[in-house]
Ligand binder design. Structure first.
Ligand SMILES: [Zn+2]
Ligand SMILES: [Zn+2]
Length: 289
């Protein structure tokens, strides 16, 4: 069995996954807004309940916009590939195509599949079939690799999806319980029941799995480690890219606070924070690079 052929298959599956994400959003929208809270907003005379419905509908739409914005930015942003001047260096270095070729950029690795040098923290992705800068993992949900230039957008997608699905679970819970007790008594409207149950169960599953994933990535960001590098780190030795929690966070999210929760970077951050370009990474001063 050819594993690489299987990996290429994942790429095709990816486009189907985008449709799946959109379907999931549509089902949740129907269950939360169309079926539950919009009718409450327009049909009842209770002021407090109307205000609550208004708030829920507003927050739902706000999170939905942020979620889709982060999602499509993560899908469309190139995580970063090895630039041309690295290829030229390979030619200058000559015939010795070996790992650890040393240049002014620091120790460079060598990828036998691309037949090319690779900058620090760069890894070859078998699905994309190329080297990806500061590769974290290949994500079927965004049909893209997660790397130096789109890691923040991927994390924001996780965050907003978690908040949106959490909101869905909380605001669907009362109708979920009510519908179930009614269904047992007099089996009321099967199509509404189906969308409600589907949306509730899917959202609950996403909330729980996203929580685990977010906790994992929080610990990775706080130590400036990628998912690939977890296996490279050796026990007691301080990780050379670990600059302290605050600086590690800025290496991914940038220094401008106003941009932290947006799938964007300020021009200054893109220019000054070299790790966002994915070629050079600052290391701890007490450890030789
Ligand atoms: Zn490669
Ligand atoms: Zn990939």
């Amino acid at each position: 069995m050819n594993l690489f052929r299987f990996c290429s298959g994942l790429k095709v599956l990816g486009y189907f996954v985008i449709l799946l994400v959109i379907t999931f959003v549509a089902v949740s929208y129907y269950a939360v807004v169309v079926n539950t809270w919009w009718p409450i907003l327009i049909e009842n005379n209770h002021r407090a309940l109307s205000a609550l419905a208004c708030l829920i509908i507003f927050v739902f739409h706000f999170l939905l916009i942020m979620l889709l914005w982060s999602y499509f930015t993560a899908v469309c942003t190139d995580p970063g590939s090895v630039p041309e001047h690295f290829r030229r260096e390979l030619v200058v270095v000559g015939d010795s195509l070996e790992a650890g070729t040393s240049t002014e950029q620091g120790a460079l690795g060598y990828c036998p599949k691309c037949r090319n040098v690779k900058p620090p923290r760069c890894h070859h992705c078998s699905v994309c079939q190329r080297c990806v800068l500061k590769m974290d993992h290949h994500c079927v949900w965004i049909v893209n690799c997660v790397g130096a230039r789109n890691y923040k957008f991927f994390l924001l997608f996780l965050l907003y999806t978690f908040l949106e699905t959490l909101l869905d679970v909380v605001v669907l819970l009362p109708s979920f319980i009510e519908f179930f007790s009614q269904a047992i008594k007099r089996s009321s409207s099967p199509s509404q029941l189906a969308s409600l149950v589907l949306a509730f169960v899917l959202n609950l599953a996403f909330v729980l799995s996203l929580l685990c994933f977010i906790v994992m990535h929080l610990s990775l960001v706080s130590t400036n480690t990628t998912s690939v590098e977890v296996h490279e780190k050796s026990g007691d030795v301080r990780w050379k890219y670990d600059l302290g929690k605050r600086k590690n966070f800025e290496q991914v999210f940038g220094k401008k606070k106003a941009f932290w929760l947006l799938p964007l970077y300020s021009k200054d951050d893109l220019h000054n924070i070299t790790s966002l370009q994915g070629l050079e990474f600052p290391t701890r001063s007490d450890i030789d690079p």
